[in-house]
Write a protein that binds this ligand. Structure first.
Ligand SMILES: Cc1ncc(COP(=O)(O)O)c(C=O)c1O
Length: 396
């Protein structure tokens, strides 16, 4: 099969609404058909014979799915549990960590808003502790700049650093390995917020040595919505508790370790996590590097088109060190919500326009089903909506 036909056959596996230009896989990544079908098969088994499903199939399937995920992200399976999403994972860490009244938590100014809220609430319950913010430079060229900026904001009270692997408002791949190394030397725990990373970049948890890693798999891996994981280093596992205490394991088994407590948390539909191996199979059939190179080429094209049009420079250089499948670029000042709405209402383009640090930015996700024509359509629509060199552009 030639290249064009191969790309066509992969794209045709997504059931995206016809006529919509979908450039937001980074927020909500829809699953391709083989993954949808895998999930549906689990649901059918559940609906047809619940006793057979729950009593005999569920636990072995959960363990098999976890084993597959562990191999994909370079972790020991005993250090992983499935959760619904990165938010659930982060809440488990925040609820389980015994923050003392003088323990500060440090976050960067590029962290996801809901994650900031989780940690603000956690520290507000402890007494004098604070959630402090490390400001990264306006223009980032080297990993050293990021590491220095983070640790310049750390102090003797810093107990935990919460840092994104790939940031949400700015789509930057942060140098997690170097950050974790420095934190460990200073005795600071690290919780990595990683929902954009699996599939988009290689993840090797055992190598990195972070304390906690929280991720959703319904973003770049295109696993079903409602699938995510929490990784916890062995020494912290005894203090990690599930949000809903239940049997842990299905009777007659009893939970024997921290991860068992997350297997059975009451009756529910677990098909999303059981279909995670199908999402890994799909990505590996395409080829992880083929997928990443496609996303990177397209994201680079989008960045160049946007920079040419606005005359504004992105935060990071053109380099896979800093981004893979998401292009992030500044836009002239203006109303972000209105521009996003108009792109949707007038041009059927779904793309996030982000208001961050009093500036307006665009984040363009490039998955397997996206093509240069999608970026060209976006540029055409932006050009119709406003002229970036005109002083009146801010009204858009
Ligand atoms: C960096 C980051 N962290 C956490 C989340 C929350 O992910 P979820 O809604 O899947 O829990 C997001 C969602 O976009 C994100 O971008």
């Amino acid at each position: 099969m030639n290249d064009d036909r191969r790309w066509e056959s992969w794209s045709s596996l997504w059931d995206l609404s016809p006529g919509v230009t979908y450039l937001n896989h980074g927020s909500f990544g829809p699953p391709p058909r083989p993954v949808q079908e895998a999930r549906r098969r689990w649901q059918q088994q559940l609906d047809r014979q619940p006793m057979e499903f729950f009593m005999r199939q569920y636990e072995p399937a959960w363990f098999a799915a976890r084993r597959r995920l562990a191999a994909f992200i370079g972790a020991d399976e005993r250090d992983l549990v499935f959760v619904e999403n990165a938010t659930a994972a982060m809440n488990v860490v925040a609820a389980s960590l015994d923050l003392g009244p003088d323990d500060d938590v440090l976050l960067t100014d590029h962290e996801y808003g809901a994650v900031q809220r989780i940690w603000q609430r956690a520290v507000s319950r402890t007494g004098n502790a604070e959630a402090r913010i490390a400001e990264l430079p306006d223009r980032i060229e080297t990993a050293g700049q990021v590491v220095d900026a983070i640790f310049a904001a750390a102090g003797p009270r810093t107990r935990l650093l919460v840092v994104s692997h790939i940031t949400s408002p700015t789509a930057i791949t942060l140098p997690v390995q170097a950050i974790v190394r420095e934190a460990r030397q200073r005795g600071i725990l690290v919780c990595v917020d990683g929902p954009h990373a699996p599939a988009q970049v290689p993840v090797d948890l055992a190598q990195w040595g972070c304390d906690f890693y929280c991720a959703s798999l319904h973003k770049w891996l295109s696993a079903p919505f409602g699938s995510g994981f929490l990784y916890v280093r062995p020494e912290h596992q005894p203090r990690i508790a599930p949000p809903h205490l239940s049997w842990g394991r299905l009777l007659p088994h009893r939970p024997e370790n921290w991860s068992d407590e997350f297997i059975w948390s009451g009756t529910r539909d677990p098909s999303a996590v059981l279909a995670v191996p199908a999402a890994i199979d799909f990505l590996q059939q395409v080829g992880e590097e083929t997928f990443r190179q496609h996303g990177y080429d397209l994201a680079t094209y989008a960045r160049h088109r946007l920079a040419e049009w606005t005359g504004l420079t992105p935060i990071t250089p053109d380099d896979r060190q800093w981004f893979t499948c998401m292009a992030h670029a500044p836009l002239p000042p203006g109303d972000a919500t209105r521009l996003q709405r108009e792109l949707w209402q007038r041009h059927a383009i779904e793309v996030p326009i982000v208001s961050w640090k009093d500036r307006r930015w665009i984040r363009v996700s490039c998955h397997l089903y996206n093509r240069r024509e999608d970026i060209d359509r976006l540029m055409g629509a932006l050009g119709q909506l406003f002229d970036p060199s005109s002083p009146a552009s801010g009204q858009r």
